[in-house]
Design a binder for this molecule. Structure first.
Ligand SMILES: NC(=O)c1ccc[n+]([C@@H]2O[C@H](COP(=O)([O-])OP(=O)(O)OC[C@H]3O[C@@H](n4cnc5c(N)ncnc54)[C@H](O)[C@@H]3O)[C@@H](O)[C@H]2O)c1
Length: 277
C-alpha cells in the first residue's frame, strides 16, 4: 500500500536491468506512490528484455539511451516530457560499470582505456544527465535528482578498484551541480550511499560475498536491501525532503559509523586474553 507521496510527479528512471536491480525496485515503489515516469537503459541492456515486464507493470514506456551519449540523453528528456505531459520532477541515476572490475584488473595494474570508460559510464554520465536537463530547463522547481554510490568513495575497499574513483567523482558532481541547479530552479541533487546489494553490478565485484557478509555483520541494523533503498529514494523524490541537497547520504544500516561490532570481535578473538598490545 502506498501513501501517494509522488502523486502527480513525473520522473525518469535509469538502470533497471532485471528484477534484482535497485532501479527496478525504485520504479515499483514510485509507481506504487502514484508517480508516472519513463524507464531507460543502454540499448545493449534492452536485449535482455526483462525491462519490458517492468514497463508493463508500471504502465510506462522504455526509451533507450546510452548515458554516455549526450544526444541520446537530450532525446530521452524531450520524449519523456512529451510522453509524460510536462516537465520532470525526479531523476534516478542508477548506473555503474567498470571494465577493469569486469576483467579482474587489480587497482595496481589498471588499463587506462578501461579507466576512462569506468569514469564516463559511472560518473561523468551523471553530469551529462544533469547538464542535459539543466540546459533544456526540463525540471520543475523543487525537483530531485538522485545518484547511487558506495562508501568506497571515502574508505579503501581493495577489490572495488577504479569504481571507488568513479564514485568519489559522482559524489562531487552531486555537490557541485547541486549548487547551480539549486540556484536556478531549487532542484535538489543528492547521492545515496547504499549497502552491498545482490545485483548484476554488485556481484561483479571480486569477493562480493565477503563484502556483503562483512557489512552485514558490522552494521547494527544489518545491510539495507534494494527495497529499503527504493523507499529512501521515494522519500528523496517527495516533498518531505525538499531542503536536502548536495549531500552524500549513507543508507547502510549504520555501517559508516561503526568501528567494530561485537560479532566481528568474537570472530577475531582466539579466546586468549593477553596484554601484549
Ligand atoms: N549492488 C551494490 O552492492 C551497490 C552498492 C552501492 C551502490 N550501487 C550502485 O547502484 C547503482 C545500480 O547498480 P545495481 O547494483 O542495481 O546493478 P545493475 O547491474 O542492476 O544496474 C547497473 C545498470 O547500469 C546500466 N548501465 C551500464 N552502462 C550504461 C550506459 N552506458 N548507459 C545507461 N545505462 C548503463 C546497466 O544496464 C544496468 O541497468 C550503480 O551505480 C551501483 O554502483 C550498487
Amino acid at each position: 500500500m502506498g501513501y501517494n507521496l509522488l502523486k502527480g510527479k513525473r520522473g525518469i528512471i535509469f538502470g533497471a536491468l532485471d528484477e534484482s536491480s535497485i532501479a527496478w525496485k525504485v520504479a515499483e515503489k514510485c509507481f506504487e506512490e502514484g508517480a508516472t515516469f519513463t524507464l531507460t537503459n543502454a540499448p545493449i541492456a534492452m536485449r535482455m528484455g526483462a525491462i519490458n515486464q517492468l514497463a508493463e507493470k508500471c504502465k510506462t514506456e522504455i526509451i533507450p539511451a546510452d548515458a554516455t551519449i549526450v544526444e541520446d540523453l537530450e532525446k530521452l528528456i524531450d520524449q519523456s516530457i512529451e510522453k509524460l505531459g510536462g516537465k520532470i520532477d525526479f531523476i534516478l541515476h542508477s548506473i555503474g560499470m567498470s571494465p577493469n572490475v569486469r576483467k579482474n584488473k587489480p587497482y595496481t595494474d589498471l588499463s587506462y582505456d578501461f579507466l576512462m570508460k569506468t569514469l564516463d559510464v559511472s560518473a561523468v554520465s551523471f553530469h551529462k544527465v544533469i547538464q542535459s536537463a539543466y540546459k533544456k530547463d526540463a525540471m520543475n522547481e523543487w525537483g530531485s535528482i538522485v545518484g547511487l554510490t558506495y562508501i568506497a568513495a571515502q574508505r579503501a575497499f581493495p577489490s572495488y578498484s577504479d569504481m571507488a574513483d568513479a564514485k568519489a567523482t559522482l559524489e562531487s558532481i552531486a555537490r557541485s551541480f547541486g549548487y547551480h541547479y539549486g540556484k536556478l530552479r531549487k532542484v535538489r541533487i543528492n547521492t545515496v550511499s547504499q549497502s552491498p546489494t545482490w545485483t548484476t553490478a554488485g556481484s561483479g565485484v571480486k569477493g562480493f560475498d565477503a563484502f556483503f557478509k562483512y557489512a552485514n555483520t558490522l552494521s547494527p541494523l544489518g545491510n539495507a536491501s534494494a527495497e529499503d533503498c527504493a523507499n529512501y529514494c521515494v522519500f528523496l523524490f517527495s516533498d518531505l525532503s525538499r531542503m536536502i541537497t548536495m549531500q552524500n547520504l549513507f543508507h547502510d544500516g549504520g555501517f559508516s559509523s561503526t568501528g567494530v561490532s561485537e560479532e566481528i570481535m568474537e570472530m577475531m578473538s582466539d579466546g586468549k586474553e593477553d596484554s601484549k598490545i
